[in-house]
Design a protein around this ligand. Structure first.
Ligand SMILES: Nc1ncnc2c1ncn2[C@@H]1O[C@H](COP(=O)(O)OP(=O)(O)OP(=O)(O)O)[C@@H](O)[C@H]1O
Length: 513
């Protein structure tokens, strides 16, 4: 019965169109064909198992009959007396039955051989389809990467928070307005201080009416890139109290920010890739660091656990940083919550719950494809501490003064790195500050960066907003679409910039605030 060996070990995995990793039609079609062939093979397999069992029962019945024939028939010389002439032990009757069984077994054997051949052919079809499916998966990855790079290696979005109740009560004026064109932003002139209007073009502008889900739509494609093996950096920059932590972490439910949404999306993409048949296994680990007064602390281990940096050839090693493996979205969210609670905050003139440190969250995704290809990508999420002008802080304690100076120094190092990347300098000063050293493998090169510049819309924050937006505009020039943008300079002598002023007044009349 060797012809049955190995049939029970035929592949059992079934692919469905829904489980397909991507939206690419060719891949979906390929996956569907594989599914159909697989289904057919499974049906054949079931028939074969039934036939095998029938065949075995015929053979055992036949063997029992032969045994009876030997026992009772005239061929058996050991018995002197012939058996009594009953139908059950009549050798003539048994021989007839044996003949019928022989014929049935022969017919079954032929059927089994036919099905075995068909099964073999189906297996070859499945192998060919699987090969083509894996080719399609690679093609989808390359196209997705190309698309992300075409959008710009550093993409810059502006998020303008709504006026706070305190600002509204104080009669603050809304001076930052979305222009009609996508990604255009205008700032109203300040006639009293003789400051002209300004306008910028970014990759996108989110006003106060756009919620967390809309913001995340710009990020989800980059989460797929990280699973595909690229380094992705998402960071929030802006004045204190402008909405950075709200954007990067947010609150529960619909107010959840980028980090918890990215956590959910990561697991969704990983599970889909595994079920879709392209990924054999994955591993996800997370580190969470705080950079406070130029020192790095581990937020996973606990408050006060210092981390140091060791510079190798092109790499930077984090000594003392804990990397926690997580296997579910809930576990990753629990790590995020724990780390966020440990972060240093204090009350400032601008924000009652101001983050006084930079927070760097790194999620590393390693995966193994079914063809044996190993891939590692990383999502780095940075919630920068708020930049604050010392002159605006009023009377503050020495400690707060030191914090603010350290924050401003690190942000200026970040600016230097961006400027060097923009100039395509041979030397990029990543190592000048622990913040930029930590981001060295996620800023520049082939990595993809998405910067959210958060701004207050209020007139009394005008100069801080201009500072943040000018910084953001400089960043946008690093690779991609940003290279072809232009900005209109503020007219400091008091003469109005006509184009910017027109954009500002147009935005003032129709843009949602
Ligand atoms: N888009 C938004 N919609 C509604 N509320 C917002 C928005 N952005 C920020 N806020 C609210 O504004 C306040 C300040 O925001 P947040 O703490 O995120 O600022 P921040 O830039 O992180 O400040 P800091 O640098 O001082 O830590 C919070 O109460 C937050 O809920």
């Amino acid at each position: 019965m060797e012809q049955f060996e190995g049939l029970a070990t035929a592949p059992q995995r079934v692919l469905t169109r829904d489980e397909s990793v991507d939206v690419d039609e060719d891949t979906a079609y390929c996956s569907l064909c594989e599914h159909v062939a697989q289904r057919e093979q499974e049906e054949n397999q079931e028939t074969l198992v039934n036939l095998k069992s029938d065949f075995e029962s015929y053979v055992s019945r036949q063997q029992a009959l032969i045994a009876s024939l030997i026992e009772w028939g005239p061929v058996s010389p050991s018995y002197g007396e012939p058996p009594p002439p009953s139908s059950s032990n009549n050798p003539g009757h048994l021989e007839g039955e044996n003949q019928t069984l022989n014929e049935a077994a022969l017919a079954l054997h032929e059927q089994v051989q036919e099905l075995s051949l068909e099964n073999h052919q189906l297996r070859a079809t499945i192998e060919a389809l699987q090969k083509s499916f894996h080719g399609e998966v690679q093609r989808r990855k390359r196209l997705h990467n190309k698309l992300q790079d075409l959008k710009g290696k550093i993409r810059v979005f502006v998020r303008i928070r709504p006026l706070s109740p305190r600002e509204e009560a104080g009669g603050c004026r809304h001076v930052l307005l979305k222009d009609g064109r996508e990604g255009s932003l205008a700032m109203l002139p300040d006639e009293k201080r003789r400051l002209g209007a300004k306008a910028w073009d970014f990759d996108g502008v989110f006003g106060g009416a756009e919620g967390q889900a809309e913001v995340f739509l710009e990020v989800s494609g980059l989460v797929v890139s990280a699973v595909d093996g690229h380094n992705v950096c998402l960071f929030a920059y802006g004045q204190t109290g402008s909405g950075k932590t709200h954007t990067m972490f947010g609150d529960e439910g619909s107010e959840a920010g980028i980090s918890p949404r990215a956590a959910g999306e990561l697991f969704k993409v990983l599970e889909k890739s595994k079920e879709g048949g392209s990924m054999a296994s994955w591993n996800l680990s997370v580190t969470m660091l705080e950079l406070y007064n130029d020192h790095i602390y581990d937020l996973i281990k606990g408050k006060g656990e210092k981390v140091s940096l060791k510079f190798g050839g092109k790499s930077v090693e984090m000594i003392g940083a804990e990397s926690e493996e997580v296997f579910s979205e809930a576990a990753l969210l629990a790590v995020l919550r724990r780390g966020s609670e440990r972060r240093r905050t204090s009350s400032t003139a601008m924000n009652a719950d101001s983050s006084r440190s930079h927070m760097v969250l790194q999620i590393t995704i390693s995966s193994l494809s079914v063809t044996g290809r190993e891939t590692t990508g990383k999502v780095t999420i940075v919630d920068l501490a708020g930049s604050e002008r010392l002159s605006k802080m009023g009377k503050v304690a020495d400690e707060q003064l030191r914090e603010t100076r350290s924050i401003n120094k690190s942000l200026s190092s970040l600016g230097d790195v961006i400027a060097a990347l923009k100039k395509k300098s041979a030397h990029i000063p990543y190592r000048n500050h622990p913040l930029t050293a930590l981001l060295s493998d996620s800023l520049g090169g082939s990595s993809k960066t998405l910067l959210f510049v958060c701004c207050s819309p209020a007139d009394y924050n005008r100069s801080e907003s201009v500072g943040s937006l000018d910084f953001a505009f400089r960043c946008r020039g690093v690779g991609g679409r940003g290279d072809i943008s232009s900005t209109k300079k503020e007219n400091v002598s008091g003469r109005e910039n006509a184009a910017a002023s027109k954009a500002a007044s147009k935005a003032d009349s129709k843009a949602p605030r």
